[in-house]
Design a protein around this ligand. Structure first.
Ligand code: FAD
Length: 390
């Protein structure tokens, strides 16, 4: 049986091997049986269901043992894993991606060979849990120029001062990958800071109306000491950070595609089950037009991320490629969740049908890892050769 019967008309899942599909099937069962029953309640309370974290790790999804015979897991598998998680819930997908996408990419691209040898296996088995702390209160989109957290060399180590904002999953991390500007050469560097280190303060960001289950932190760093050995040795300027962002954006595009699949499937279930005027909602022409548009969005989003991943698997990484995917899939995400919410009527604004959760959560995914405008400007620069950021 196929995993994505309803939302994958062009059979993108045929690109997966039987072993990869088996791992995803295992994830599907966990999500349906263990996670789904908790989602509405935890979303409403604005808390993360931490009881899911350990079983999720035990599922061995990052570099599954049963795929190891053929080398590291393929990009298409990683993409579909994000798709599958997000199809159930965007907070769960974002939580997992904080480790598998953001932190792992920081270590993979930023660590020296020696550091990578020590840390990467621990990142994969979650014995070293980390987050990506780049954004600051005063610098979001213009972080390249505006990054103001400082790193000062002192003796054999460094001293960090500054603030970070929006850092996803920081509360349950062992280390924070903090990007800071070296006061001596003005370049951006990256440090693995222990969450419990003296001078580190975390404050939960309250009152979110999207991704309420996912916890985001405001972090203050005051005279925080870090050893030179905890600096990622291959991060020596913002160019190295940009390479990380380029790689990470495709993970988010997969999440945005998965959320569309989840919203579409929930809407489909609903309109098939509810009757008005003596017929199921699904039988009305205007409802079918919305279902067709949702499926069109899911299908084109999935096609886009699959093709992007195929390019990246060949080693082709260009800023404009992942920016285009993140921008376009998130535009379609916003439309898909709005259509899903429409066909569910009044129940589309309660947590009962899953649709409202996707509808609200879409707003966070639309803005994180590069807003619509910033990704459009990256693409615009590639099209015209003219940077229009300022
Ligand atoms: P701003 O930069 O203030 O932008 C506000 C608006 O102005 C946007 O619409 C933007 O597109 C527009 N704008 C800005 N500049 C221009 C321009 N030149 N031209 C046209 N329009 C422009 N960061 C991390 O480092 N780690 C994380 O784990 C993390 N997780 C996050 C999780 C969530 C739920 C959210 C909401 C954010 C997270 N972020 C994280 C931060 C995220 O990446 C930023 O929110 C994002 O980069 C946008 O920055 P900003 O919110 O400061 O918006």
């Amino acid at each position: 049986t196929r995993l994505y019967d309803d939302c994958d008309y062009y059979d993108a899942e045929s690109l997966l091997t039987p072993d990869e599909r088996r791992v995803l099937g295992r994830l599907r069962r966990f999500l349906d049986e263990e996670a789904r029953p908790l989602l509405a309640d935890y979303w409403e309370r604005g808390e993360f269901p931490h009881q899911l974290a350990e079983p999720l790790v035990r599922l061995d999804l990052m570099e599954p043992a049963e795929l190891a015979a053929n080398g590291p897991a393929r990009g298409i598998y990683h993409g579909f894993r994000n798709f599958e998680l997000a199809r159930t819930d965007a907070s769960l997908a974002t939580f997992y991606n904080a480790q598998s996408g953001l932190f792992r990419t920081a270590v993979r691209l930023g660590a020296s060979q020696e550091q990578a040898k020590e840390w990467l296996p621990k990142v994969v088995d979650f014995s070293l849990k980390g987050v990506f702390a780049l954004t600051e209160p005063a610098s979001g989109s213009d972080i390249a120029g505006g990054l103001s957290t400082t790193a000062r060399r002192e003796g054999a180590g460094w001293v960090l001062d500054g603030e970070k904002r929006w850092i996803g999953g920081a509360g349950s991390a062992d280390v924070l990958a903090v990007f800071a500007r070296d006061v001596a050469d003005g370049q951006v560097k990256c440090f693995l800071v222990e969450r419990e280190a003296p001078g580190v303060t975390l404050e939960k960001i309250h009152g979110k109306t999207a991704l309420r289950m996912m916890q985001n932190a405001h972090i203050t760093l005051e005279g925080v000491r870090v050893a030179e050995s905890m600096r990622l040795h291959k991060v020596n300027s913002f160019k190295d950070v940009a390479a990380m962002l380029r790689a990470m954006r495709s993970d988010v595009a997969w999440i945005a595609a998965g959320m569309q699949a989840g919203a579409f499937e929930a809407a489909l279930r609903y309109v098939a089950g509810r009757e008005q005027f003596g017929r199921p909602l699904a039988a009305f022409q205007l409802v079918q037009e919305k279902l067709a548009r949702m499926l069109g969005n899911v299908t084109s989003s999935l096609s886009l991320v699959v093709r992007l991943t195929e390019q990246q698997s060949k080693g082709i990484y260009r800023d404009q490629d992942s920016a285009l995917a993140k921008m376009q899939v998130c535009l379609q995400l916003r439309e898909t969740v709005a259509l899903a919410r429409e066909v569910v009527g009044g129940n589309g604004i309660t947590l009962d049908t899953d649709v409202a959760r996707f509808h609200a959560d879409a707003e966070a995914v639309y803005s994180y890892e590069g807003t619509h405008e910033i990704n459009a400007l990256v693409v615009g620069r590639a099209i015209t050769g003219l940077g229009a950021f300022r």
